[in-house]
Structures are given as structure tokens and as C-alpha cells.
Design a protein around this ligand. Structure first.
Ligand SMILES: [Zn+2]
Length: 285
């Protein structure tokens, strides 16, 4: 199997706003089919969507068998209002609102729950994590509620302390995990947490971007730190999955999956075990 363990079928890897405009007033079957065709062209046979707020991943799941793809989706990201997740998510204010969103996702065919426990990186500036921290006790309650419904939890999180909190809270996977440190990685190893390091959004732009939203020196610092921590994690037997965040800028569907495998290969990392772990865990029970 060829695995894409983190993508967003709603987006096209080029222009987020334009892609979302195609889904205005309901997920566009033409657009979703076009992206699924790219995945098939590149031989992708497993796709774990990171969610969207336009129903594209739900539609993709229903069409994916025609393309020979095993498709898993949280339907949308579930995030705390004021935190990170507006691009692909639905916000809640309290646990009651959270549980209602989880139920709604379940009714729409969700396979797992997607949370956020930090913001994105400031690629234009110094690469630091932009807010969105979640307290461990709240995260723990959210993870427990998801597990109680038979859902595994995929958590978007970067920054060493945020990552440690997400692992303490019991997340099944850490997504992105930029600026991890050795203690965070030992925690992953101890807890059996899967790490999807989404290298391609960085490596695909490295040395190639004249886009002011991405500072090249920053991309270089992020990649140097990320690759060192990935090697450390692999040495500790952490389950590393290949997910390119395809749909993100510079990461088109299909090609992005190949780019991610290639980026991991440059570090001597074989994601086979991590990918199998994702496939096994991220199906509702
Ligand atoms: Zn994502």
C-alpha cells in the first residue's frame, strides 16, 4: 500500500482560498474527483484526511472506493473557539459543545476525531508556534470522550511542551510535531504515540520559495531541528507515519505523498510500521 496519513482533499496544494471557493455552497464533486484522480495516478491506496469544514472529505470518503483508496476522515477538525483550526475546523466553547460536534461527526461518518493543541508555525518570521495551546486536563477530557465513542484521536500540535501535553492527555497521534525535543520524543516512545511529522510542506519549499509567507532561513532551521529529532525518534522505535499534509501550499495531492516518502528516506526512515499503525488504529471500533 502507499499511504498518505495526513492530507486535506478540500485543498489543492496551490491556492487555499481558490480551493475553498470551489466548495462554496457544498462540496464540489468535480473538485474532489479531480484530487482523487491525482492520488490514484500516484498509486496512493490509503488516505487519512485531516478534515475540512466544507464536507469535502466526507464526499471523498464516499467516492474513494471507485479510486481504489481506503479513506479515513474526522469530517472536520474539532477545536476550541479562539484556538487554531478555523481553516478546516468547527469550534466549540465547552465540553457540551465538544460532545455535540463529536456526535455530529459520527453521524456524518467520521472514523476518528481530529483536535488541535497548538497553532501553526510562523514561517514568515522566526518559525515559532503561534498560540493555540490547550491545557492538559481539557485535552485529556476531550481524548477520553472521543475514546469513549470508539474514536482514535489525531492531534495537530507543535512545540515541545504542547506535544508533551497532548501525549499526557492520551492522543493516539501527534501531527506535525515541529520543535519537538528529546523529552517529547521519549514520551512518544513510552506512550506508543504515532508521529506524523509532515516534512513535505517544509522540504518542498526549502531553497525554492520566493513567497514572502515563507522565510528560507526559517525553513532551514525548522528542517535541521526536525530531521535531528526524527532520527532520534526512529532510533527509539517511535512509530513514524508518512503524511505530507497534502493540499497544503507547495504539496499537491499524489506528488506530495511521494515527496514525503522521499524526505523520510533521506533520513534513513522507513515509515512502514508507523503507516500500518495508523491504518490499524484510525478506524472506529
Ligand atoms: Zn493538516
Amino acid at each position: 500500500m502507499k499511504y498518505e496519513c495526513h492530507g486535506h482533499i478540500a485543498a489543492d496544494g496551490a491556492d487555499y482560498r481558490l480551493a475553498m471557493a470551489r466548495h462554496e455552497g457544498g462540496a464540489s464533486e468535480v473538485a474532489v474527483r479531480a484530487e482523487l484522480a491525482k492520488l490514484r495516478e500516484h498509486g496512493v491506496t490509503y488516505f487519512r484526511d485531516g478534515g475540512d469544514r466544507v464536507g469535502a472529505s466526507a464526499l471523498a470518503k464516499s467516492l474513494a472506493p471507485e479510486y481504489g483508496i481506503e479513506y479515513r476522515t474526522p469530517i472536520f477538525i474539532t477545536y476550541k473557539r479562539g484556538g487554531y483550526g478555523g481553516m478546516y475546523g468547527r469550534a466549540f466553547d465547552d465540553m457540551r459543545g465538544y460532545r455535540a460536534l463529536v456526535r455530529e461527526a459520527a453521524e456524518l461518518g467520521a472514523d476518528f476525531v481530529k483536535l488541535t493543541a497548538s497553532g501553526m508555525l510562523d514561517f514568515a518570521g522566526d518559525g515559532s508556534v503561534m498560540g493555540g495551546e490547550m491545557p492538559t486536563d481539557e485535552l485529556r477530557e476531550m481524548v477520553r470522550a472521543a475514546h469513549g465513542e470508539g474514536f482514535a484521536v489525531m492531534t495537530h500540535v507543535s512545540g515541545a511542551d504542547n506535544i508533551k501535553r497532548a501525549i499526557d492527555a492520551g492522543t493516539d497521534s501527534v501531527e506535525h510535531g515541529f520543535w519537538a525535543d528529546e523529552a517529547a520524543i521519549r514520551a512518544m516512545s513510552d506512550a506508543g504515540t504515532i508521529w506524523t511529522p509532515t516534512c513535505a510542506p517544509v522540504t518542498n519549499l526549502l531553497g525554492k520559495s520566493d513567497d514572502p509567507r515563507f522565510c528560507d532561513a526559517t525553513l532551514r532551521r525548522i528542517w535541521d531541528a526536525h530531521s535531528a529529532m526524527l532520527r532520534y525518534a526512529y532510533g527509539l522505535n517511535v512509530a513514524l507515519a508518512s503524511g505530507s499534509d497534502s493540499g497544503a501550499y507547495g504539496v499537491p495531492h499524489g506528488r506530495g505523498t511521494d515527496d514525503e516518502y522521499a524526505a523520510l528516506a533521506t533520513l534513513g526512515i522507513d515509515p512502514a510500521r508507523g503507516n500500518a499503525a495508523v491504518r490499524e488504529r484510525f478506524a472506529r471500533r
